[in-house]
Design a protein around this ligand. Structure first.
Ligand code: C2E
Ligand code: CA
Ligand code: CA
Ligand code: CA
Length: 278
């Protein structure tokens, strides 16, 4: 038993070593890829569930390697966070999304909104609010058409600090959505103190929605919660018409997902908007 334990321990350390080496390798690749312009954004339309009309888009980060292979954000964002690179990359994402919003406005889409994901590492950075103000000023993007998506797990940490920081962010004029809502353990009293504008129902609950009454109960709860607190609610990951229909029945006003559009390049988004007017 003892030798087995040791063998197990040895195996564990070695695989950890491999994992760390892989992470370090990826961190270097990400840093140089970022500097060499390998990162870019795609934009996934968000629609009104009742009319199917678009009102905005979420900016989603993409990384294409020199050889053309794509690295999914779920793989490289944790590395960017772990290494602190996310602070720089996140600022670039925000500016890029603001600039794209300005191009869309110039193309006639005056009421279009832009949602930008913000990592907790980035949000906690002491200069986050200054960075946000500068990005808005430099790009000329109207703050009331910008939304920041923060994750629920973040929304539930360090209450006092978070409340104050969100208040500062709100004073810039941008709005705030809680992403992946329903996956964390939010305290409702806490949620009431946070100056958020929108709850984003996580895709896992949208996927379960057609399975059973139980499957739709979390989505239903979030819609109710939004209504009670006066918050907007959007369902993410809507893939088929049955899901959309149940969400409509639950009273969910907004949606995003492959049913409407995949994340699109700026050119493809313009084309899509031409066929799907606001
Ligand atoms: P998220 O913020 O929850 O973004 C939604 C993810 O669901 C996106 O994956 C999107 O492509 C995908 N999705 C949208 N509709 C559907 C659908 O109908 N079905 C399915 N199966 N998937 C759908 P993506 O682009 O791979 O991004 C993954 C995660 O990476 C994001 O999850 C977000 O947490 C993170 N991420 C992406 N861009 C950024 C960024 O600029 N900054 C930060 N901090 N995180 C980002
Ligand atoms: Ca998001
Ligand atoms: Ca999400
Ligand atoms: Ca999600």
């Amino acid at each position: 038993a003892k030798s087995q334990q040791r063998a197990g321990h040895f195996y564990f350390s070695r695989s950890m070593g491999v994992e760390i080496r892989e992470r370090v390798r990826m961190m270097h690749a990400l840093r140089s890829g970022f500097q060499r312009g390998q990162l870019f954004l795609h934009y996934q339309p968000q629609v009104d569930l009742a009319t199917n009309r678009p009102f905005g888009a979420e900016a989603l980060l993409r990384w294409r390697l020199e050889d053309g292979r794509m690295v999914p954000p779920d793989r490289f964002i944790p590395i960017a966070e772990y290494s602190g690179l996310i602070v720089e990359i996140g600022e670039w994402v925000l500016r890029q999304a603001c600039a794209e919003l300005m191009r869309l406005r110039a193309a006639g889409h005056r009421d279009f909104t832009m949602s930008v994901n913000v990592s907790q590492v980035q949000f906690r950075h002491p200069h986050f609010v200054d960075m946000l103000r500068r990005a808005l000023l430099d790009t000329g993007a109207p703050p009331d058409y910008i939304e920041l998506e923060i994750t629920e797990s973040m929304a539930m940490e360090e209450p006092a600090l978070l409340v104050e920081k969100l208040a500062q962010v709100k004073r810039t004029g941008v709005s705030i959505a809680i992403d992946d809502f329903g996956t964390g353990f939010s305290s409702l009293s806490h949620l009431q103190r946070l100056q958020v504008d929108r709850l984003k129902i996580d895709r896992t609950f949208v996927t379960e929605i057609t399975g059973s009454a139980r499957g739709s109960s979390i989505a239903q709860m979030v819609v109710q919660l939004g209504r009670n607190l006066g918050l907007s609610v959007i369902a993410e990951g809507v893939e088929d018409e049955r899901q959309a229909q149940i969400l409509r029945q639950l009273g969910c006003p907004l949606a995003q997902g492959f049913l409407y559009a995949r994340p699109l390049s700026p050119e493809a988004l313009l084309e899509w908007l031409a066929g799907n007017p606001m």
